[in-house]
Design a protein around this ligand. Structure first.
Ligand SMILES: Cc1ncc(COP(=O)(O)O)c(C=O)c1O
Length: 371
């Protein structure tokens, strides 16, 4: 077997979820509870009945890619050729890391607390990686100077999720400009920024930043999973400048050949209707207000929620996060994710997903506060 694969430990998130009981309050799930917009699935089904569900070209149906590129209209990457449609953003991230970094000397810089898959993917590929830790005493704000200081000669890619999983923090537009400026001022070979935009439609601040608007060496990845409650449809995409996207398409063609043609058609319908990507964001905004009020009432310390559907809460009494999550699921009927899964900087915290009904979120917070 490949020793890089055997070296990777099984996911703690799954181990905790497996202990969930029928009556547990589930604040672990990183998945929308809303149903998807049925009309797009029905339109795709009508199309499939007429034309079948056939292979598309590797990069994905060109008419879908035109719509995706035009929707975001990122400078220098607004044509169909700048888009590759992938099997969720998970594949998009994997393909970007695998393609753009040379394991022989390039390094991936992970801004943490972070989605754990970035490090695992680098491990699978034998690509060296390093973490830069956002500061707890700064509420895990995206501190651009800290990130720029962490870049060294080997760094060829920085991965940033904004809005972030797990913290919900958002890179502001001024931060994105400053990061672009700082990286361009370095000279030498470019440092790519992989911006994971999977929670892009779920923001509760006025000035979210998209690196792709300011920095020509950006690779933006996204999917329909969270915005349109289509986690199982497995449709995502990469948007990148010409040379980079061609290389990533080559990798993609061997990893999955093409993304699901049915899913691509659903995406084509969604991108064809203005506002459809953001339609469900109203529910998240309303839930965000309810959750913020519940957090304030709980007395727990929490990270300001700029975006996504997570809340990070500080454990009372200096609890260890894994022990606390096990105690919560086994004895108190609450599923929550231990902070340490997202990096050392989030030890002592729990990540809660707040897509459950508000009374359950409130009860879960109450049980955590009383640990
Ligand atoms: C930050 C982040 N990136 C990527 C993914 C992968 O999602 P998908 O492959 O469904 O698009 C997730 C899933 O939870 C996530 O939270």
């Amino acid at each position: 077997m490949n020793p890089r694969v055997t070296a990777i430990e099984p996911s703690l998130i799954r181990a905790i979820a497996a202990k969930k009981k029928a009556d547990s309050i589930d604040l672990g799930l990183g998945e929308p509870t809303l149903l998807p917009q049925q009309r797009f699935i029905e339109a795709a089904a009508r199309w499939a009945a007429e034309f079948g569900v056939k292979y598309t070209v590797n990069a994905g149906d060109v008419r879908l890619r035109e719509r995706v590129a035009a929707h975001y209209a990122y400078p220098g990457m607004s044509a169909a050729r700048n888009v590759v449609v992938t099997t969720g953003s998970q594949e998009a991230v994997y393909v970007a890391i695998k393609t753009m970094l040379d394991p022989a000397g390039d390094e991936l810089l992970i801004v943490d607390p972070a989605f754990p898959a970035y490090a695992k993917m680098a491990q699978l590929e034998g690509i060296p990686y390093r973490h830069v830790h956002l500061r707890e005493d700064d509420a895990y704000r995206y501190d651009v100077e800290l990130i720029l200081d962490a870049v060294d000669r080997a760094t060829r890619m920085i991965v940033i999720a904004s809005p972030a999983n797990p913290t919900g923090r958002v890179l502001r537009d001024a931060d994105a400009r400053r990061l672009a400026e700082g990286l361009l001022a370095r000279g030498g070979p470019p440092v790519w920024v992989l911006q994971d935009e999977i929670y892009r439609e779920l923001t509760y601040v006025d000035d979210p930043g998209n690196l792709a608007r300011h920095y020509p060496f950006t690779i933006a990845v996204n999917s329909l999973s969270k915005s349109n409650a289509l986690t199982g449809m497995r449709i995502g995409w990469i948007i990148a400048p010409d040379d980079a996207i061609d290389a990533m398409n080559k990798t993609h063609s061997y990893v999955t050949s093409t993304a699901s043609a049915f899913g691509q058609r659903v995406a084509y319908e969604i991108f064809g209707e203005p506002g459809a990507l953001a339609e469900q964001s109203a529910w998240y905004r309303a839930q965000h207000a309810r959750v913020t009020a519940a957090l304030d009432a709980s007395g727990l310390r929490y990270v300001p929620i700029d975006g996504a559907f997570y809340a990070c809460v500080k454990l009372p009494n200096g609890h260890d996060s894994l022990a606390a999550a096990l105690d919560l699921v086994e004895r108190r009927g609450v599923v929550a994710i231990p902070g340490r899964i997202f990096g050392d900087s989030l030890e002592g915290w729990l990540r809660l997903s707040w897509v459950a009904p508000i009374d359950q979120v409130e009860e879960g917070l109450h049980r955590i506060a009383n640990m």
